[in-house]
Design a protein around this ligand. Structure first.
Ligand SMILES: C[S@@+](CC[C@H](N)C(=O)[O-])C[C@H]1O[C@@H](n2cnc3c(N)ncnc32)[C@H](O)[C@@H]1O
Length: 254
């Protein structure tokens, strides 16, 4: 479990400004209920803000989805990345998280839908640890899987990669996009994630690092805001493991 700087952080509402490839920036206002160690998804973490801002650059690695495009966000928390994707690219995004996080996620998706074409968002519970043996409607259904800051316990790599295996289409255009903080304490989880993705026949198509600060963490007198380095990566299936499809990019469609 991730260590927090205080037992509980108060409720707040924040507005995030996300640049887009062609038009004005998108403004997304999110409700962030009080945070404890049990409900980390009640805050919008740095990796998710950085990933939302990276989306225009990442389009060159993500095939054009068109109006039938299906995106799923795993561990969506307050929903920033998924809401930004739906608004920016007019694709359907299914925002998912643990049951305790879903009510606030749903509230944010509903409240912020002014930015987003009607019908382009859905919200549901999806627990990575409970997917392996059942074939629900999400089975191999998604063109793009996104996740921000999803690793903070030793079980997370195996669960997360299992969930990706479960939901990702077997298609040459399928992509997984993850951004996470390079915190020393979670180096083993990050290493295991890379190995397990490779074991699934997913290879890194592009990757990079960037830095920022959590603007709510340590945000009290006497504490300096800590700069956090984050790593992003885009995976695709090893070409020999699936059949090829056309490969236009999202930016061409946007
Ligand atoms: C650090 S938070 C990141 C939230 C959001 N992606 C962000 O970056 O702001 C990690 C998220 O993973 C979710 N999570 C943890 N374990 C999970 C599991 N077994 N199944 C689904 N989601 C899980 C948490 O509820 C939380 O929303």
């Amino acid at each position: 479990m991730r260590r927090l700087t205080s037992q509980a952080l108060p409720s707040m509402s924040r507005t995030f400004i996300i640049p887009t490839p062609s038009e004005d920036a998108i403004s997304i206002t999110l409700r962030e209920p009080s945070l404890t160690a049990d409900n980390l998804g009640h805050k919008t973490w740095l990796a998710s803000y950085l990933l939302a801002k990276q989306l225009p650059n990442l389009t060159r690695y993500i095939p054009a989805l068109g109006s039938g495009g299906q995106v799923i966000e795993l561990g969506a928390g307050t929903g920033l990345v998924g809401l930004a994707m739906a608004a920016m690219f007019d694709v359907h995004v299914h925002l998912t998280d643990l049951s305790a996080i879903v009510p606030n996620l749903l509230a944010n998706a509903t409240a912020d839908s002014s930015n987003i074409t009607k019908g382009n968002l859905s919200v549901g519970e999806l627990d990575w640890s409970r997917l392996s043996d059942h074939c629900g409607e999400e089975h191999h259904a998604y063109d793009v899987v996104v996740a921000a800051d999803p690793l903070y316990s030793p079980q997370h790599p195996v669960w997360l990669v299992g969930a990706i295996d479960h939901v990702l289409k077997r298609d040459a255009g399928a992509r997984v996009v993850i951004e996470l903080p390079l915190r020393e304490a979670y180096a083993p989880e990050i290493a295991e994630l890379k190995l397990r993705m490779e074991g699934l026949a997913l290879i890194i198509l592009a990757e990079g690092t960037e830095s920022g600060t959590e603007d709510w963490e340590n945000n009290h007198p006497g504490n300096e805001r800590m700069e956090v380095r984050c790593w992003w990566a885009v995976w695709q299936w090893i070409p020999s493991s699936i059949s090829p499809t056309k490969d236009n990019t999202l930016s061409e469609a946007a």
